[in-house]
Design a protein around this ligand. Structure first.
Ligand SMILES: NC(=O)c1ccc[n+]([C@@H]2O[C@H](COP(=O)([O-])OP(=O)(O)OC[C@H]3O[C@@H](n4cnc5c(N)ncnc54)[C@H](OP(=O)(O)O)[C@@H]3O)[C@@H](O)[C@H]2O)c1
Length: 281
């Protein structure tokens, strides 16, 4: 049985992951922001699984908390870097503070925690599972900063996989498509100042996009992504990249097989029609 550390377990994929690892018989160090002040999150699992569930506070953007977790975790077979923050808005009007916040959580948090956990993972011959996205291999309009943070995860994970392979540690990248979690309601949304001419149409598009997505969450539940993470953790041979969801598999297929320019043309067409309809253009 594995001993697994998961970040960002208070909702969505992270929460489902903890449940599925526990149900499989693994021991889970479930971490989350202020988890100690949110005892309701794992009330049922605590009663059911006793000391196979270890709950710890971890804001991945907090260096002190990361070091404490790394010191106290003990043996770890699998690290799941799941904590993440969405961001939507036109690149032109995304302020630097929001961009840095997204990178601090999505990229630097995972990078720094992983660095601290590598000695334990090397000892266990363990695995690292990093959450990317379909946005991690295709740049979608109005999601430039979020896409950039996931492209960063992809490049770093690929390099890390090569570095750690000789040490018996494997690295995997999970690339979910759109799923029904707290992601959209928790995301940061940048808006366009009202006097921006043409870009105001884009902003109108973004606002109706936001309204549509958050009022009627769509896509499959978190269970499929959690199941993919759990099976990655248990398989002896697993691929570097695992797209999850029909949309992600289709985009991954197109990206792999279409000539580069054609892929960009398809992406432009898909997203242009979507956003100009939103903008009423
Ligand atoms: N849902 C999708 O369609 C989708 C698609 C592709 C990739 N993803 C990726 O999947 C991962 C999980 O997202 P989700 O869909 O499950 O969204 P979610 O329901 O919003 O869950 C995100 C989790 O990350 C946590 N988190 C945010 N900032 C944190 C921080 N600084 N330190 C520690 N935890 C933090 C949140 O905790 P709080 O409760 O404290 O905010 C929450 O537990 C993310 O990396 C996301 O980018 C999601």
């Amino acid at each position: 049985m594995k001993r697994v550390l998961v970040t960002g377990t208070t909702s969505g994929f992270g929460l489902d992951c903890v449940r599925q690892f526990l149900a499989k018989g693994d021991t889970v160090i479930a971490t989350g922001r202020n988890l100690s002040r949110r005892p309701e999150v794992f009330a049922a699992e605590r009663a059911l699984y006793g000391d196979r569930l270890i709950e710890r506070d971890l804001d991945v953007a907090n260096a002190e908390q990361r070091s404490r977790i790394a010191r106290q975790a003990g043996r770890v077979d699998v690290l799941v870097n799941n904590a993440g923050l969405g961001h939507f808005g036109a690149c032109e009007f995304t302020d630097e503070e929001a961009a840095r916040r997204v990178f601090d959580v999505n990229f630097f948090g995972a990078l720094a925690l992983t660095r601290e956990m590598i000695p334990a993972l090397r000892e266990s011959g363990g695995k690292i599972v990093n959450l990317s996205s379909v946005f991690g291999f295709a740049g979608f309009p109005l999601a430039g900063v979020y896409s950039a943070s996931k492209f960063a995860i992809e490049g770093w994970s690929e390099a890390l996989a090569h570095e750690l392979r000789p040490h018996g540690v494997s690295v995997h990248i999970v690339q979910p498509g759109g799923h029904r979690t707290g992601f959209l309601s928790n995301a940061l949304w940048s808006v366009v100042p009202s006097d921006q001419g043409l870009s105001a149409a884009q902003d109108q598009g973004l606002r109706s996009f936001q309204k549509r997505l958050t009022s009627r969450p769509r896509g499959p539940s978190a269970a499929g992504v959690a199941a993919a993470i759990v099976s990655l953790a248990h398989e002896s041979k697993a691929p570097l990249r695992v797209p999850v969801g029909r949309d992600a598999r289709m985009m991954s297929f197109l990206k792999s097989w279409l000539p580069k320019d054609l892929f960009q043309a398809v992406l432009f067409r898909m997203t242009k029609s979507g956003f100009s309809r939103e903008a009423g253009a």
